[in-house]
Design a protein around this ligand. Structure first.
Ligand code: PQ2
Ligand code: NAD
Length: 200
């Protein structure tokens, strides 16, 4: 089966995490950054998750999962460590057309997590279709050394210049040529040099 790659807009969408252990904790950051409306259901949670709940970034419901927890949910992460509970979550989510990821249980996933390199708005996500998470991780580390933090600022600049071209209605052919040139390595290297001489 070929997986369809996508970058989801989760801002304001209700998401559910079931489980409050180390694994749930790992999954939280990305969802908070994406500004989702997160509900976490678990009888027990880690101290770090407790802090996040106290800060108001998520809503914690201190009890075991109930099917009605899926009401109005867009996507659910099953991270209870209990295959029976994860199966119940997956089956109910599947029935309701809600996307489910049961951590490390491919047969209970509608989507997989990828290995991700993030530099501001630039994201590189790697999937091996579950064949080798270790390879995904190794490639992620290689990209991390290849793509440094300068890319985040440079991308901001590229975005602003592109908006100018679009707003000024520069003829399409000319615009596309210019934007490819601006995104080229030589222009990036010059941008980086300028940054070094400004800050160094
Ligand atoms: C990418 C990453 C993202 C993340 O988790 O956020 C991720 N796994 C990561 C690491 C990792 N996971 C495992 C190891 C040990 C080495 C090994 O077993 O291979 C390592 C490496 C390590 O950490 O040492 C164990 C493991 N993973 C899965 C199974 C079950 C199975 O394959 O049947 C088992 C066996 C469990 C057991 O022992 O019983 C399944 C899945 N893991 C996925 C994602 C999805 C497919 C991703 C893809 O397409 O490759 C998928 C299908 C479902 C999902 O969970 O979404 C993250 C790296 C992040 C990073 O560092 O960049
Ligand atoms: N910890 C790891 O390093 C690791 C690595 C890979 C995979 N996993 C897998 O990920 C899953 C979770 O791991 P973990 O370390 O976070 O486990 P954990 O045991 O620390 O946490 C389990 C959490 O699920 C909650 N829970 C249990 N039953 C529940 C129910 N019926 N309803 C709601 N919440 C319930 C518990 O209160 C707890 O918060 C497991 O399947 C585990 O095998 C863990």
């Amino acid at each position: 089966m070929v997986l369809f790659p996508a970058f989801l807009k989760l801002q304001g969408r209700p998401l559910l995490i079931v489980g409050g252990g180390a694994i749930a904790e790992q999954k939280l950051d990305g969802m908070i950054e994406a500004e989702a409306l997160i509900t976490l259901v678990a009888p027990q949670i880690t101290p770090a998750i407790r802090e996040i709940a106290r800060a108001g970034s998520i809503q914690w419901i201190a009890r075991e999962f109930r099917r009605s927890d899926l009401n109005r949910t867009f996507l659910v992460i099953a991270a209870t460590g209990n295959p029976r509970v994860n199966e119940e979550i997956f089956r109910e989510a599947d029935r309701r057309n809600i996307l489910c990821n049961a951590v490390d249980e491919p047969e209970r996933c509608h989507f997989y997590y990828g290995s991700v390199v993030r530099r501001g708005d630039l994201q590189i996500a790697i999937s091996t279709n579950g064949k080798s998470p270790a390879l995904a991780q190794r490639l992620r580390k290689e990209f991390e050394t290849l793509i440094d933090g300068t890319y985040a600022e440079w991308l901001e600049w590229l975005g602003r210049v592109r908006t100018l071209y679009i707003n000024r209605r520069v003829q399409r052919e000319q615009r596309v040529r210019a934007l490819h040139h601006l995104a080229s390595r030589p222009v990036f290297e010059r941008y980086r040099q300028r940054e070094v001489s400004h800050h160094g």
